[in-house]
Design a protein around this ligand. Structure first.
Ligand code: SAM
Length: 249
C-alpha cells in the first residue's frame, strides 16, 4: 500500500522520477499529469494512464535521490564490490572516503556494521543527510576525519574498501586493522594509478585481481530489440586482494 509521505519511483515511458507522495502534489510530464491523491492508498506497482508507480529500490534512491558533490561509485560496481568483499550480516566493514555516501548505502544494506571515514566536513554532512533522508544507514558509524590519522583497533575489520585518489600511504595501516585473510578493495579511475598500487601491494596483500565492469543496456521494444546506441565506456578499475602475513612475522 502506498501511503502519504512515502518515496515512490514513477516511470513514464523510459523516464524515471523519484518523488515523495504528498496529498496536494502532482507530476507533470509532457501533457500528462499524475495527481498524488490518486496514488495514495493504492497498492504498490500501479499503472495510471501512462504512469507506473513503484516502491523504489536502493538503486533508484542512489541514482535519482542522492545529492552528489563527489564522484560516486555506481550500483553496477557497488554490488560487485560487496560480493568480492564477502560481506554478510555479521561483517564489520571499513570504508574511506565516504564521499556522497553511494557505496556506503550499499555496504550498509548488506553488512552488520559499517565504519566510514570522510576528511571533508561538507561531504561527511552530505553523506549523512543522503542516508537519513531515505531512512538508510542505521548501522553506519560516520567518522569525520582522515583515515590515516584515526585511531583504529588492530584486526577490527572483516573487510575494507578504499576510494581515494592515492591509496598508497594507507596500505600498512589497512593491513594492521584488517583481520587475517580479510578481503580489501580499491577503486581507481586511471590505469597508471593501478600500476602504482600493484607495485606496492605485494608484501602485505595477496590474491590480487584487477577488473572493470561494463554494462550494456538494451532497448526494450520487442519489435526493435537491440542494444542502446550509446554506453558508458569506463567508470573505474577495481582492484581486489587479501591480507597476507609471512609465517615468521
Ligand atoms: C570519490 S569520493 C568517494 C565517493 C564514494 N565512494 C561514493 O560512492 O559516494 C573520495 C572521497 O575521499 C575523501 N578522502 C580522501 N582522502 C581521505 C582520507 N585520507 N580519509 C578520509 N577521506 C578521504 C575525499 O574527501 C572524497 O570525498
Amino acid at each position: 500500500m502506498l501511503n502519504e509521505g512515502d518515496w515512490v519511483l514513477i516511470r513514464y515511458g523510459d523516464r524515471s522520477y523519484l518523488r515523495r507522495l504528498e496529498k496536494g502534489g502532482s507530476l507533470n510530464v509532457r501533457r500528462d499529469t499524475l495527481r498524488f491523491s490518486e496514488v495514495i492508498g493504492k497498492p504498490e506497482g500501479i499503472r495510471i494512464g501512462k504512469f507506473e508507480v513503484f516502491r523504489p529500490a536502493l538503486e533508484d534512491l542512489i541514482l535519482l535521490g542522492f545529492r552528489r558533490k563527489t564522484q560516486i561509485i555506481y550500483p553496477k560496481d557497488a554490488f560487485y564490490i560487496a560480493f568480492k568483499l564477502g560481506i554478510g550480516r555479521n561483517s564489520r566493514v571499513l570504508e574511506f572516503g565516504t564521499g556522497s555516501g553511494a557505496l556506503c548505502a550499499v555496504l550498509s544494506e548488506l553488512a552488520g556494521e559499517v565504519h566510514t571515514y570522510e576528511v571533508v566536513e561538507e561531504f561527511h554532512r552530505l553523506a549523512v543527510s543522503n542516508m537519513k533522508r531515505y531512512g538508510l544507514g542505521e548501522n553506519v558509524v560516520f567518522h569525520l576525519g582522515d583515515f590515516g590519522e584515526a585511531e583504529v583497533e588492530e584486526a577490527l575489520f572483516d573487510c575494507a574498501f578504499v576510494d581515494v585518489r592515492d591509496p598508497l600511504p594507507y596500505l600498512e595501516k589497512l593491513h594492521r586493522v584488517l583481520r587475517d585473510s580479510a578481503p580489501l578493495g580499491f577503486l581507481l579511475p586511471t590505469a597508471n594509478q593501478v600500476v602504482e598500487l600493484l607495485k606496492e601491494l605485494k608484501p602485505l596483500f595477496g590474491g590480487v585481481e584487477v577488473l572493470e565492469i561494463l554494462h550494456r543496456h538494451y532497448k526494450t521494444l520487442p519489435e526493435r530489440f537491440r542494444p542502446e546506441d550509446t554506453m558508458i565506456g569506463h567508470t573505474a578499475y577495481l582492484v581486489f586482494c587479501r591480507k597476507v602475513t609471512a609465517p615468521d612475522k
